[in-house]
Design a protein. Structure first.
Length: 437
């Protein structure tokens, strides 16, 4: 039997006492009025340096403040793991930031514990609900309550350097068998097929998370969470054996254990890898490299022994923004937060996302320069291919943080040859067992 939301939140607090003091910087409590007469709202993100690491969000904040000079948005952030831990501490003390990025599963727990503002009335009043795809609204809803809104789009896959394939007499793969054959051919010539980096970025296994959905993850996830389905099932074992097959084919960098995600991007953009495991957010770096105009975006391989839909691409809302319930008790803050969200989902702000290499999260039609934004266009075009559909959410966003971390470690464990497929599955199952106790 699963514990109540409040007790589950408490269980996430690894080293909570040590984090309590630092969590105070997340607080959004108190009056919205600041010393200079402006209304201040806090925005807490999953990047230590939002200006550099998330230029799209930073640009939206700057544009919002310019249009609303009486409102100040104080932006802060930490790396994902630290950020989520601090949020959990803040939820326990009821000092959450006004607006914050959070995993869907954590937001669900906070909503059950009464820590979040129901955004349904706000979105309806501002005529924003119909701006989102119906699947997005459903994904961040619990009954009639809407507890989150989309931060950015999560469009992931494998970027392909077409020149490397052409120079080696290869065509773009379509199936997993094609991918293995490509890896073997490139490895024989000392060329990395898929650039990945496990160091300080264990979450960067996006294309492999999509592969989980090609082995029935979306249909299994409810059972995984209530204990009626085991992660150590035969379908997932086949996938992990395929990942091991790629490792044996020499698909990954020899330094994948020590390479970071950013170094993996650099490896690809410098022409030293045929593919990059990433998402649409990498389009700007690719566009500014020598590869621009010679890159394609692939949804990833289909499997002859897969389960369920194979012609899928991960094109979903990323982890959401949530709003502290205490914002509803402060008229000035509520008005400011309402204005910020209304601006964030305006056509103007959605085009800012596009200008910074991100797809819109509303139904807004992006205005693209086919030459200057050819990489982004390639990714968006992949979502419109014949018959392609998308899961409702990325697999790791549907489970508690410790389980998501175990999923990352299990996949990278096989990629690095540190875990056999069965042992990798058992690692995740242990995390799930701890979650259901």
């Amino acid at each position: 039997m699963r514990h109540t939301a409040s007790r589950r939140l408490g269980r996430v607090l690894v080293g909570a006492a040590a984090l309590a003091a630092s969590a105070l910087v997340l607080t959004g409590c108190g009056s919205g009025a600041s010393a200079n007469g402006k209304t201040e709202i806090t925005l807490s993100m999953q990047n230590p340096d939002v200006k550099t690491a998330d230029p799209a969000t930073w640009a939206i904040v700057q544009a919002f403040e310019k249009e609303n000079p009486n409102i100040r948005v104080t932006v802060s952030g930490e790396a994902v793991a630290e950020h989520l831990q601090k949020l959990s501490v803040a939820a326990q003390s009821d000092t959450l930031p006004d607006i914050f990025w959070v995993y869907k599963s954590t937001a669900e727990e906070m909503q059950k514990a009464g820590k979040l503002l129901d955004l349904a009335p706000l979105l309806k009043d501002q005529k924003l609900t119909d701006k989102f795809p119906a699947s997005t609204v459903k994904n961040f809803s619990a009954g009639d309550v809407i507890y989150g809104v989309p931060y950015q789009g999560l469009l992931t896959g494998l970027w392909i350097n077409k020149k490397i394939l052409d120079d080696n007499g290869l065509t773009a793969p379509k199936t997993f068998d094609d991918l293995v054959a490509t890896a073997k051919a490139l490895n024989a010539k000392g060329i990395t097929t898929i650039s990945d980096g496990a160091n300080q970025s264990a979450f960067s296994v996006w294309s492999f998370l999509t592969m989980l959905d090609r082995f029935g993850y979306e249909e299994k996830v409810k059972g995984l969470l209530d204990g009626s389905t085991k992660y150590t099932n035969g379908d997932f074992l086949k996938l992990y054996e395929h990942i091991d097959e790629l490792r044996k084919a020499g698909a990954f960098p020899s330094n994948v254990s020590t390479q970071t995600y950013q170094q993996a991007v650099d490896q690809f953009t410098s022409g030293k890898a045929a593919m990059l495991d990433a998402g649409v957010w990498a389009s700007s770096a690719i566009q500014s490299s020598a590869l621009a105009g010679n890159v394609d975006f692939w949804k990833g391989p289909e499997f002859s022994d897969g389960v369920g839909k194979q012609n899928i691409i991960m094109n979903v809302a990323s982890a959401p923004f949530a709003v502290s319930h205490k914002v509803g008790d402060d008229k000035a803050k509520l008005a400011a937060v309402t204005k910020f969200l209304s601006f964030y989902y305006s056509d103007e702000a959605q085009q800012i996302l596009v200008d910074n290499g991100q797809p819109p999260v509303t139904t807004y039609e992006a205005k693209l320069d086919a030459t200057k934004q050819s990489a982004l266009k390639a990714a968006l075009d992949a979502t419109k291919a014949d018959g392609v559909t998308s899961p409702q959410s990325q697999p790791d966003l549907l489970v508690p943080t410790p389980v998501a971390n175990a999923m990352y470690d299990s996949i990278y464990g096989v990629i690095q040859g540190q875990l056999a497929p069965q042992a990798a599955l058992e690692l995740v199952q242990k995390a799930l067992d701890a979650n259901t106790k």
